[in-house]
Design a binder for this molecule. Structure first.
Ligand SMILES: Nc1ncnc2c1ncn2[C@@H]1O[C@H](COP(=O)(O)OP(=O)(O)OP(=O)(O)O)[C@@H](O)[C@H]1O
Length: 654
């Protein structure tokens, strides 16, 4: 069939070595569920391809256009190279296109404007050059347009103002010039506009004030405007750039720079203000001229000062040599040479946020201050980050065992700055939330420290002396008796329920990375869930990579693969997998474990190392619960509240 042929072409280009897509075979059925990451619609047509974070290093084939009913294409967080094929524009049913965090080059195909159903266009963190096509303005259903961290040039097309559903527009960290079109500023749904780190200039439309913190414009020295805290006021020299004068529709000329060299701008201003007739108000003009020169000098001075300050702040992303000095240039170089596109996500502005006195309210600032530790505390606790104290190294962090000055033992998680949220305000908000989480079955945060010098943030947790749950699986020398297993299951459920619930002190939260490794065991054999809320301070790409690990370990719910969406029921799925692991005593579950749980075949399910010392009633209840939690359909899984009720019923029934 033609779809299988298209899929085989796509596979050959995406995964030329056949390392990751072995399940895609020319004699297979993509709608049987056997093709990894492929899901079909009711008409047995391919509707979704979800291969995010799979390590794919090939290209995207033009054959993709053969999947006419595709509505979601999720290829983010891979290492794809080459250009985005223009044939992609034939996918008129596509609603979600995620190609972010790859190494794609070339331009955004002009015909993308034909994809009238597109709602999310995620192209961030690639190497796309060229202009932003004005044709994007035809995507009337688009709500997210994310083009940040590319090398896009030219001006921002005013036609983007036609995107009436647009909620988020991110153009930051590109090489864009010219003004911010007023047409964009008046999009009714717009909540986030990020244009930081470009070369934009001219008046900032006053309408953008309504976005408050949702409008980020730093590091565009040519921008000016009234009522924006860090923008200089506009002078007469900025008048020529007034964006409101530009047409609203498709701007076919946007590829040519609209801005003249400084000398010509002066002439342009001159004719604009009708210099030849200036004798009508000579005195006023002289006064205005003096004022303009003075304002310009002050503005230029401020810009130079801000730049100089920023330059200094960039030093924060330096690396330390063995003798404790910082190598500034090499560090910046390293970010750019890094093979991972994430390397480019280095902080370029303020770091050490809580220390810098943010504009948050006093009480929450006080909370941060209360939990803030000094770098020396962390250094001495870990004996200067001695290898002997390393408990584990992950993809984005290292965990050390440490002893604080008061003698208490802690675990210290060091997270690289490039793995944290790049938006300072969001990061601090996440940090506050993380600190506020308090429950007997969650690992508590004792303190934190963000070091500009080291380019790292340290989270300090209570130490769980009995390691993690994985240590007790697979017949290792550590053995858990039946009552301990039951109480651990109860504790984990209570911890997740606390995360999911909405109460006065916290919003509902998803864990998203639950596994036996993340269940720590304290000295009384209570389970403590670690890394709860951590994703609130991590960069999206890091969260995706964690999900990839989760998938490889069998904790990721099937709906994430097909829809790319994670819900509370996805956490419930991971909980069900952990219950099966505890009951069977095995890390790796076979397909038969779930069927044994479903049919209450305890003989095949329960860990033989228990030598039959378990309650049949409890085991049967827990097996049924685990089967329900790992149901293929998320709608069939219980909520955590229902799980707790079930567990309580069980204890009152014994
Ligand atoms: N609070 C703690 N008390 C005791 N041990 C801990 C604590 N936190 C983490 N550890 C241990 O440190 C090691 C590394 O922790 P963890 O797996 O959470 O971080 P990681 O290495 O950064 O991995 P990942 O990238 O999956 O988050 C694990 O063996 C874990 O059990």
């Amino acid at each position: 069939n033609t779809e299988v042929r298209a899929l085989m072409d796509i596979k050959a280009a995406l995964d030329p070595e056949n390392n990751f897509l072995k399940t895609w075979t020319s004699d297979g059925d993509p709608c049987s569920g056997s093709f990894e990451g492929v899901a079909c619609n009711d008409h047995r047509k391919v509707a979704n391809i979800s291969l995010q974070g799979k390590g794919l290093s090939g290209r995207l084939s033009p054959a993709i256009a053969g999947l006419k009913c595709l509505s979601g294409l999720y290829l983010h967080y891979n290492s794809l190279t080459g250009e985005i094929p223009s044939e992609i524009a034939n996918l008129t049913e596509l609603t979600d296109l995620y190609l972010n965090v790859n190494n794609l080059s070339g331009s955004i195909p002009l015909d993308v404007g034909n994809m009238g159903n597109l709602q999310v266009l995620q192209l961030c963190c690639n190497q796309l050059k060229a202009n932003i096509p004005a044709e994007l303005g035809s995507l009337k259903k688009l709500s997210v347009l994310a083009l940040q961290y590319n090398q896009l040039i030219g001006t921002v097309p005013p036609s983007l103002g036609n995107l009436i559903m647009l909620k988020r527009l991110d153009l930051s960290y590109n090489h864009l010039s010219g003004p911010i079109p007023t047409s964009i500023a008046v999009i009714p749904e717009l909540q986030i506009l990020d244009v930081r780190n470009n070369s934009l200039s001219g008046f900032v439309p006053a309408e953008l004030k309504r976005l408050n913190g949702g409008f980020s414009y730093g590091n565009n020295s040519g921008l000016c405007g009234k009522g924006f805290s860090t923008l200089r006021d506009c002078s007469a020299f900025d008048d020529a750039d007034i964006p409101t004068l530009k047409p609203f529709g498709l701007d076919t000329n946007h590829t040519t720079p609209k801005f003249l060299p400084e000398s010509e701008t002066l002439q342009a201003n001159c004719s604009h203000y009708n210099c030849s007739k200036s004798s009508r108000f000579p005195a006023i003009l002289i006064v205005v001229g003096v004022l303009v020169v003075a304002v310009t000098l002050v503005a230029a001075g401020s810009v130079a000062f801000i730049r100089c300050r920023r330059q200094k702040q960039k030093i924060g992303s330096s690396i330390e040599t063995a003798d404790g000095r910082f190598i500034i240039d090499q560090a910046n170089d390293l970010y750019y040479k890094s093979s991972s596109p994430l390397g480019r996500l280095a902080y370029s502005v303020e770091w050490d946020p809580p220390a810098d006195g943010l504009s948050s309210d006093d009480s929450s600032q006080e909370v941060l201050q209360r939990f803030r530790l000094h770098l020396e505390d962390v250094e001495s606790a870990t004996q200067y980050f001695s290898d002997a104290n390393v408990l584990g190294r992950g993809n984005f962090s290292t965990v050390y065992r440490g002893v604080l000055r008061d003698g208490s033992v802690v675990a210290i998680k060091s997270i690289n700055v490039t793995s944290c949220k790049s938006e300072e305000e969001e990061f601090v908000k996440g940090l506050k939330l993380l600190i506020s989480l308090r429950h007997e079955n969650l690992v508590s945060v004792r303190g934190f420290c963000c070091s500009r010098g080291r380019g790292e943030c340290f989270l300090v947790f209570d130490f769980a002396s009995n390691g993690n749950l994985s240590r007790y699986l697979d017949g290792s020398d550590c053995f858990l008796d039946w009552p301990t297993r039951v109480s651990i299951i109860n504790g984990i459920a209570k911890g997740i329920q606390y995360l999911h619930e909405d109460n006065a002190s916290k919003p509902p939260l998803l864990h998203q990375n639950m596994s036996a490794d993340k269940i720590l065991i304290d000295e009384k054999f209570n389970p403590l869930i670690s890394d709860s809320g951590l994703r609130k301070i991590l960069a999206d790409d890091i969260i995706f990579s964690a999900l990839k690990v989760s998938a490889a370990m069998g904790y990721l719910a099937p709906e994430y693969v097909t829809t790319g969406r994670f819900t509370d029921k996805s956490d419930v799925y991971a909980f069900g997998v952990i219950v099966l692991q505890i009951l069977s005593g095995k890390q790796k579950l076979t397909n038969s474990a779930r069927s044994a749980a479903e049919s209450c075949d305890l003989k095949d399910l329960i860990d033989p190392n228990l030598s039959g010392k378990f309650s049949i009633f409890e085991a049967a209840k827990l097996a049924k619960l685990a089967a329900a939690c790992t149901h293929e359909l998320s709608s069939e899984r219980p909520t955590m509240e229902m799980v707790i009720q079930e567990l309580n019923k069980r204890s009152s029934g014994t």
